[in-house]
Every structure is written in C-alpha cells, then in structure tokens.
Design a protein around this ligand. Sequence first.
Ligand code: ARG
Length: 564
Amino acid sequence: MDFKKQVVDTLIKVLPEEITEEQVTKLIEKPKTSDLGDYAFPTFILAKSLHKAPKMIAEELVGQLDTTGFEKVVNTGAYINFFLDKKAFSNAVIREVLTQKDNYGNADDGKGRNVPIDMSSPNIAKPMSMGHLRSTVIGNSIAKIITKLNYQPVKINHLGDWGTQFGKLIVGYKLWGSEEEVEADPINNLLKYYVRFHKEAEEKPELDDEARAWFKRMEDGDKEALALWTWFKELSLKEFQTIYDRLDVQFDHFTGESFYNDKMDAIVNTLEEKGLLEESRGAEIVDLSEYDLSPALIKKTDGATLYITRDLAAAKYRKDTFDFVKSLYVVGSEQAEHFTKLKIVLKKMGYDWADDIVYIPFGLITTGGKKLSTRKGNVILLDDVLNDAVNLAKKQIEEKNPNLKNKDAVAEAVGVGAVVFHDLKNDRRDSFDFNLEEVVRFEGETGPYVQYTNARALSILRKAGDVDYADATDVSVTDDEAWDTIKMLQNFPDVVERAAKEYEPSVIAKYVLKLAKSFNQYYAHSKILADDEGLKARLSLVKSVSTVLQMSLALLGVKAPEEM
Ligand code: ARG
C-alpha cells in the first residue's frame, strides 16, 4: 500500500549516489490537482551538484526512469510527475479498507500509554455554556482520534465544584431560596440566587463576609455547609448528565476541584521547601516577574486556596496516578495565561514532566457577533440549542423523507450531530458565530450533509443485496470520476495521524466533507448499479467509502444514521 515508497524506489535508482532515500522521501510532494499526477519530485536540489538547470535535469531523469507500475511519468518544468497505475492502486486501497474495516488507519504510536484529557469541566450550580460544549466535544473527539493511534485516553471532568462562590450560593439560598424551588429547576434557580447575591452585595457588603464565613465552614468540614454543597453538586451533575447523554460522551473520572482539597498541602509544602513561596500583602504567591507575568496566587490572606493551587495538585496527581506521556487540557483560549503559569510553576518545582502538559485552547462562540455572557444575560442554553437543532432536522426529514421509520431517533442524531460537527469543522482556535439554520442544513459544509452521503451509500449497498465483500477478487475501479475518492481513501491514515499530532478534530471534519463531496460527484456521474463486470468493484468502492465516512463521523463523536 506504500505508493510513495514505490516512487522513492524508482527515483533513487537514477539519482546521484549522495542523495539519500530519506531526502527523497522528504522532497516528494502531493500535487494539488490531478493533472499533475499523484506524486511529484522537484529537482531543484540537484542543480548544484549536476551543474544543470532543474528543468533539464527533470527532462533527462524522466528518460532514464523505469516506469513499470506507473500509468506514466512525465516532467512539468522542474518537476517529475508520477501518475500511479489506477488499476493496481485502486485495487490495493479498496482491498485494504475492506479487510481492515474499523481498524483502517490504526497505528501503534502510543504503545498503550495513558493520556489524561481534562475536558468539559463545567462549574456546578451554573448552566453549562457553549464554551463547555466546545471543550466537551473537542476533548471527546481528541480521545477517539488518539485511541486509533493506540494511546489510552483518560477522560477527566475537572468540575468547578469548589471556591468562594459556593459560600455566596449558600447565603443566597438561605435568604431567598427554598428546597421545593431548587428541586423544581435546580440550575436556573441556583443561578438566580447567585445573581441576586451579587446585586445585593453591592449595597450590603456584609453579605460578602457571610459568604466567606460559609466557604470557610465548607473548608473546615462543617456538616451543614457540606450537605448543602453536596446537594447542589448532585443536582447540577444530574442536569449535566442529560447533556452528556445526548452527546454520547462518557468520562472516566469526575474528579473536580474539590477532589484536591486534601492534596494541596503537599504542593504548598514543596513550594515552600524549594523557596518559591513569597508573602505579598498577606497572601502567598510565586513571583513570575522574570517571565513578564503577574504572580501565581497560591493562598489568599485568609488561607483559602485558589484555582491554580488546585490545578498544581491535579497535575501532580495525574502524573503520579497515570504516568502520562502527555497530559491534555481542553480549555478556552481566555485561560492561556493560567496554563502558561501552571507549567512554569511546575517546572520551577523541578517537575520536568511539565513539558508534557499540552494546553489545547479553542476560540469563542458568538451570536450575532456578540460574546456570550452569563452575567449580561446574553446566553444560549445548550439544551435549547440541541432541541432547536433537532426540531429543524425533524422538519427537513418530514419534507424529504416523510415515510422514514424511527424519525425521532434520526432527527436526534442529525440535530445533535449537526451542532457537534459545526463545532468541530473550524480550526479550534477560531471563534465562530452560531447560526442554527446554517448548522442544520442538509447541503453545504455540514454534518447532515456527510450523514446524508453515508445514508445514500448505504442505500446503494442495500439495493445491491447480498454481496461478499471479503472475497479477494479484483476490486479495481479505474473510472476517472472515482480517482479523487480513491486517493482520499488512501489518505485517511495520514489524516488521522495529522489530526492527532495537532490535536485538531477539524482535520478529520474537513477531510470527511471533501470525501463526501467527491463521492457525491462520482455518484452523479456513474451508474454504480449497472449490471456489468465492474459492478462488484464499484460496490466495493461504495462500501469502502461508507466505512471511512462512518469512521470519520465516529471520530468526531457524530452518529451515522442508516437512513435519513
Ligand atoms: N471550570 C473551569 C471553567 O469553567 C474550567 C476548568 C478547566 N480545567 C482545569 N484543569 N483548569 O472555566
């Protein structure tokens, strides 16, 4: 299956001795358009040693090459263009996909080693935001992608479940809340008390003192304080769980910030031993001015620990527990400085594994160009978004395929899939505007378009009836219209590799859009089901395409309905 190697082997025989196989491999390009062949070799580096113009070198070399195994080899200017033999190539690629099935594209880069992924991590007693949605779906997709390369992801939900805000929440609840109200609609009502607390505390600063006192009671293990906190947490988790269920995302650990309460003393001690801790206006800090950064605040004046203190403990805990090769954090780009500081402090503490911490930032979601903000009321609630998307999908299904069985389940898969796909198709660092109509379209660069293409492929296969795709007959497809699709199939393992290296699900999303598009073009231009000798090979191609479409969607965490 290694066609690049075939090109290298052919070239090396006619190149000057001092050029190594490695050099050639590096220089070979994949031309952008198929009229320039499937691989191209630029001859520029030979100009000096051969004392000739690159164009002339290319011309001469083409004359000397042994072209067996290629359709043709030509030169275009200074390049040597290799056109692969379509028959051999397509047969090998389709065969490979059909035999490997879901293992196609697997590799052993990770050797089974652990990679914790800090993902989702919403704050309890607050609605899950679109930002947490992004963290959830990006993290989930990265977990699936690296699994193909035999890394063992450990999905960790680092819940925001500790901190002074819970003191405020308890005060608010005690003043204005009731058990019935909270049970009826937990997160919205808890949010209501929290917002009201902030408003009233502006006039009555004594409320802040009360809140601090309640948080202190929490930290001291006070029964009543902890019972309330546990209750808030359980209710929040229950609501979050409905969203995780819809997204079909599971976690290995729900170890939130509170999990590190008994693990921070050790961190503070180490900081002290290493002489890194300084006092500054009553607080304990690590000075980072040599990096042009504000200090890392480790302990407040009242002894309360902070976000970064808990992250230091969490990082250490993950190294000790999972002995990770890499430790990933999928968190919005607004926290870039926090993670820079975290890594620097860990390094200062003498932990070289801090270099294996990878911060994976992502951009904001806006609506109508505006930033979303809980406080300004400019929020879109995730559940609403998913519901709206599902309703829109349902409407389109009603129009296109009113007799479809289990319409509701398909609409759920299409609507939710559309939102997830939309979130993953852009480079994760880009901010993007959220427009539901655009997200759920069945055409264009959307999840439903890919799902629809797969359903169409499956419907062809159903019409063909029982075919044994496992037998080893010739399955080459040499139609020009199929060529791009076949080449894209061959490219899939490289695409997975690149997505993993860059921690970038959009690499998969962009690829699968292109694959769907090229397959639809093939479909429009050929009679796949025509009863001639090429039928089995064409069906094998369709089967391979649907295998790779489904695998790609699965890597993004998007479902692939059989009919829609
Ligand atoms: N709960 C935080 C927030 O919503 C995100 C936590 C990210 N993970 C971490 N280890 N700091 O902003």
